[in-house]
Design a binder for this molecule. Structure first.
Ligand SMILES: [Zn+2]
Ligand SMILES: [Zn+2]
Length: 537
């Protein structure tokens, strides 16, 4: 997390951190990377004593250009209209299409510990007249704007092109209009049937004042105008916008040359790829932000985005995999390292910062959080898959060796809830496996070495009475070696066959620790005594 603290050390004076989003449909989980980075920057700035304002905007006057979520009869009417003027496709729960999708997305923020000081909607801003000065400058300097597009992006606009989009007074579309003249107070516009291929204009033309909400600036100019209007000093943006000659370059040049203001500092960030595919808003695949946020708790979701540096892409494939349990494990490793405990494997630099900024509460006691006992996510999932035979709190107390603190109880509860949702959604089938009520018939396939091992394990368990999963695990290793079972995995397979009826499973020590002691001993002896098929003869 050195990048956020470095940034905070580099700037001076009050800071305004901004991000905005076009709500063109269901927002996918990858889009949370921006808001999480935004929040971390604000936390780092505040920690360094900078007066900081965090803004989040919705660019809801952008034209509707994705027909996937419209009914067939609405496509002709709605395509090209401002997103703020398109009805909520879900019925009447929100005033518009934009409010619906942006609302669902924004609703995930507070649960993730992201609290912008102000949300702004461009459909609210334009009618106030706040954008009028920038509209006037842009139109007065239309030739300069055209020149910037040519120089920076190699985009050739005709000499009559003016940087403003009129919301057609006849059909209400903004994506289909073009402005060709400006007389200092009014513009001449045309709503062209063939201006774009994704929406059809109605053919209306005429002179109109572009002020007070009748028009909007094209995206690159609107972005630069937002920076001037709100005094933005830092604005991270996605790598797709940060390419050479891309949106950010254009808006930076427009800010400097047209609005005569230095653009904000950029923190370009890479995408989150789900299953190797780039998360795309318009294609509607992958996982919605609010859906993933219902399964992965806030701190692990923040951690998912913060563990890599912003310029590193994230590969995440939760569907039917152990990606979510491994995310928890990695979080726990960072917690342990932050608490000064020894951990396995290499750690990236800035572990403590990554852990600190992953916490939900910016004011949390980092030491107490890091030192807290965390039971492994896999383990919690096993409690649930086991149909409630194990008492999670009792097991957690046994594993820790003492009562849980308030923080630890909260973490356990959170994990139980997350594991329950994971088992219902993304978990692979084998995570739902449970210990069989009676000796599985597959145990008949155990060979003599395996049966001797199971019997020896039962004897040793009665002598040593292991309680924690680790105690059981150690005992399994000791007895497997002592009974000469080789390779070692045959010993583990024997346990899985005796309890699950399949030759593989989660950590064997955990299975035995979580089941009632009498059941475990009885099962080990029963399986140990079972004869191989045809073995009696
Ligand atoms: Zn709605
Ligand atoms: Zn029209």
């Amino acid at each position: 997390m050195d990048w956020a603290d470095d940034l905070a050390a580099r700037v001076s004076g009050p800071q305004v951190v901004n991000d905005s989003k076009t709500p063109s449909g269901t927002v996918h989980v990858g889009s949370l990377r921006g808001p999480v980075i935004l929040d971390v920057i604000a936390r780092a700035l505040r920690a360094n004593g900078h007066e900081t304002t965090l803004l989040y905007g919705v660019d809801d006057l952008d034209p509707m250009d994705a027909q996937a979520l419209l009914t067939p009869d609405a496509i002709e009417r709605e395509m090209g209209r401002p997103l703020a003027h398109v009805p909520d496709p879900a019925g009447d729960c929100h005033p518009s299409y934009a409010r619906h999708f942006a609302g669902i997305f924004i609703d995930t923020f507070s649960g993730l510990g992201i609290h912008p000081d102000r949300y702004y909607w461009m459909s609210d801003i334009y009618p106030t007249g706040a954008m009028d000065p920038y509209i006037r400058i842009a139109l007065d300097r239309a030739a300069l704007v055209r020149d910037i597009y040519r120089r920076v992006a190699n985009v050739q606009h005709p000499d009559t092109w003016h940087p403003i989009g009129i919301i057609c007074p006849t059909c209400g579309k903004v994506g289909t209009t073009i402005v060709t003249e400006w007389d200092g107070e009014r513009v001449r516009f045309e709503c062209r049937p063939d201006l774009v291929d994704w929406a059809r204009g109605c053919g209306t033309s005429g002179w109109l004042s572009p002020f007070g909400g009748t028009a909007k600036l094209p995206w690159n100019l609107e972005w630069a105008a937002q920076w001037s209007l709100f005094g933005v000093t830092i604005e991270p943006c996605g790598k797709d916008l940060s390419t050479a000659g891309g949106s950010r370059d254009r808006s930076d040049a427009i800010a400097r040359e047209v609005f005569e203001r230095e653009p904000p500092l950029n923190v370009p960030y890479e995408f989150l790829n789900i299953g190797g595919r780039k998360m795309s808003t318009s294609k509607g695949r992958g996982a919605a932000a609010h859906t993933i946020a219902e399964v992965i708790p806030a701190e692990q979701l923040r951690f998912l985005f913060l563990r890599p540096k912003p310029n590193q892409a994230i590969e995440f494939d939760p569907e039917g995999t152990d990606a979510i349990p491994r995310l928890f494990d990695e979080f726990d490793r960072f917690a342990a390292a932050t608490a000064g405990r020894e951990v396995r494997g290499e750690l990236p630099p800035g572990v403590e910062g990554t852990f600190r900024y992953s916490l939900l509460d910016a004011a949390a006691d980092v030491t107490a959080e890091a030192e807290a006992f965390r039971i492994a996510f896999d383990r919690v999932a096993m409690f649930l898959a086991g149909r409630g035979r194990a008492n999670p709190l009792a097991r957690a107390v046994a594993e820790k060796g003492s009562d849980l603190t308030t923080v630890e109880t909260r973490i356990l509860r959170e994990r139980l809830e997350a594991a329950r949702r994971w088992l219902e959604t993304y978990a692979p089938e084998d995570a739902r496996r449970e210990v069989q009520a009676t000796l599985p018939t597959t145990a008949a396939g155990l060979d003599d070495r395996q049966r001797r091992f199971l019997t020896a394990l039962a004897d040793a368990a009665e002598a040593r009475t292991p309680s924690r999963g680790d105690d059981w695990q150690t005992l399994i290793f000791d007895i497997a070696k002592a009974s000469g079972v080789s390779p070692l995995r045959d010993a583990f397979a024997a346990i899985y066959l005796a309890f699950y009826g399949v030759p593989s499973g989660p950590r064997a020590g955990w299975i035995l620790a979580d089941e009632p002691y009498d059941l475990v001993i009885g099962r080990l002896r029963e399986a140990g005594a079972a004869s191989t098929v045809g073995g009696i003869a």
